[in-house]
Ligand binder design. Sequence first.
Ligand code: FAD
Ligand code: PYC
Length: 404
Amino acid sequence: ALGGHKSWQPQWRNPEPKAEYDVIIVGAGGHGLAAAYYLAKEHGITNVAVIERGWLGGGNTGRNTTIVRSNYLFDESAALYEHAVKLWEGLSQDINYNVMYSARGVLMLAHNHHDEISFKRHVHANRLNGVDNEWLTAEQVKEFCPPLNITSMRYPIIGGALQRRGGTARHDAVAWGFARAADSRGVDIIQNCEVTGIRRNASGAVEGVETSRGFIRAKKVGVSAAGHTSVVMAMAGLRMPLESYPLQALVSEPVKPAFPTVVMSNTIHAYISQSDKGEMVIGAGTDAYTSYSQRGALHITAHTLDAICELVPQFRRLRMLRNWGGIVDVTPDRSPIIAKTPVPGLYVNCGWGTGGFKATPGSGHVFAHTIARDAPHAINAPFTLERFRDGFLIDEAAAAAVAH
Ligand code: FAD
Ligand code: PYC
């Protein structure tokens, strides 16, 4: 680094866009890069461009708090998120890049009878679906995570649901690992190139995308633009059932290992884990208003820190280092859309809201299948756009675990 990185080998190329690709993916977040990787690896489609208006991994992928779990209530969701957890378990080997997947457990705290009933329902439903999840008493919670204060607080902890295979992964490594693996299979990653239009032919099918670097032709376009999905899809004339909200997070100064697991409390609006660098990674629910500004309101952060100080009193003396926000795309049932659209050749992967990082490899895998085969994989078949018209909702508001 002191030598100005002169002899360092770039991890991916920086190609000029070609005139035409077989597939264009809009958005080089983890989901878009993973889809490109699996298009090349599983379907042999390598004439692919991932087009990113900023830098790869600079959206929610680089802004999230990296919690990975699959303890969702409904069969459809359990299948989707568990598919991702299974891929996480072998991902570092698969893409030959250490994504630091750390199965340190995700513990969801119950503070009242309603929480207890809801979590026990999730535990039973998860186990029926082969997803690990178990109920802990308050004493077992304390034993599993000793820094927690379980009694002397306004809403004492009365138990918790623990998914031991849940945990965290390193967000940058996920983006960089998928980018390098996709690039090495021939995928072009075009950064600093904004998609400004989606061109359709006389019969309505996709012809390609207008960008800040000119028109690029492709018969298949997959949109993985997270908080800006509505904006991009409107370019093809589609109105999406999405609202975009700021979601904030913050980190403390780094300290020695002091917190062994991931703890979430939806009731008192806070969650916390410790990063490999030693920082406490903290967050809460979304801001109350829709917005495209990548920052949130200060009172949300203050409220979150109140909750953290009650949960872990010894952290009262920690200084906070930095905070930031991302824009999350929220559907009415808090489940994603991974699907074909009414526009031939246009596919969309969106609506992950506050919880899509955990799904990154699984989402990319089934989205690649959907694009390559022009038909959904069995796992994403229920996650259609049409469910909001037909009523086959997958209401995961409780499992989202982050208020929004
Ligand atoms: P992104 O990484 O946002 O990628 C989309 C890309 O599209 C961006 O890079 C953007 O620049 C690009 N783009 C947009 N418009 C255009 C355009 N016109 N042209 C070209 N490119 C465009 N999920 C979890 O599972 N666990 C968590 O702990 C968690 N914590 C979170 C904490 C915060 C503070 C936030 C904000 C989110 C959190 N999430 C979490 C949600 C998670 O981050 C997202 O669901 C996930 O990262 C979405 O990935 P993506 O690749 O779809 O989106
Ligand atoms: O979905 O687990 C999650 C999550 C945690 C923080 C934000 N989202």
